[in-house]
Design a protein around this ligand. Structure first.
Ligand code: VGL
Ligand code: ZN
Length: 237
């Protein structure tokens, strides 16, 4: 027999169970044709066993693989240094990794040798599953200039061409992921704001090096530049 009171109670309980899910789904960001996922430097050197391994760096990979499926546009970057690159401690007698030196274009952190052109360490991780990536931008290939940013080298005057590529393709919003939060991700995100893009950094799709408080400092700088910090579950993917 139809029990009106029981029906209403059950219907109300059913709605209450559904409501939070629906509200969250409606709030999610849906990547559109003007949105691009930017996957920064997910290369063997920055992963476990690599010469400049970022702690828990491999954890970004499943998150990136999942997000990439939802994006009509995906670009990746690859740190791509010459042997004996100016950013390597080994190129400066008496210096060691993480020392900071003064170069004509400003302060330079010195790193272990990493991402040397054509080496296995410089290869993108084989666990990345992003066949729809449309462009791989290589950076840091000038022997005397570093480039954390995927848009503008450390001399602040040499462009990589990525800004032009994105603008020609009508892209307005960037979702930045990858390694390392406090260096290549942060500089890319900040330069993208300078270039006029709306920029989100997907926090759980990034990991940092955190040398001498650099992770907190980079978030301060990103926030000041108008970069928005989100988690991957804010994106409908
Ligand atoms: C990076 C240090 C040196 C990065 C690249 O990808 O964040 N960090 N080169
Ligand atoms: Zn580098």
């Amino acid at each position: 027999m139809f029990d009106r009171r029981q029906f209403l109670t059950r219907a109300a309980a059913g709605l209450a169970a559904l409501a939070p899910v629906r509200v969250l789904a409606a709030d999610k960001i849906t990547p559109d044709a003007q949105s691009a996922l930017v996957v920064v430097d997910v290369q063997n050197c920055f992963l476990p066993g690599g010469s400049l391994a970022v702690k828990d760096g491999e954890k970004v990979i499943p998150v990136i693989n999942r997000l990439a499926k939802a994006f009509p546009n995906v670009v990746m970057t690859q740190d791509w240094h010459t042997p004996g690159h100016i950013s390597f401690a080994s190129s400066h007698p008496g210096k060691k990794p993480f020392d900071v030196i003064r170069l004509p274009y400003g302060d330079q952190v010195l790193w272990p040798d990493h991402c040397v052109q054509g080496t296995d360490g410089a290869a993108l991780s084989k666990d990345l599953n992003v066949p729809n990536a449309q462009l791989v931008v290589r950076k840091g290939f000038h022997p005397d200039v570093d480039s954390y940013s995927a848009l503008l080298e450390a001399d602040k005057k040499t462009y990589t061409g990525l800004t032009g590529y994105l603008k020609e393709r009508g892209i307005k919003r960037l979702f930045v992921t990858g390694l390392a939060t406090d260096f290549c991700v942060a500089w890319t995100a900040i330069d993208a704001r300078m270039a006029g893009f709306e920029v989100y950094v997907v926090d759980d799709a990034c990991r940092g090096i955190d040398a001498q408080g650099s992770l907190m400092k980079s978030w301060d700088a990103m926030t000041k530049a108008g970069v928005k910090k989100i988690q991957s579950d804010a994106i409908a993917a």
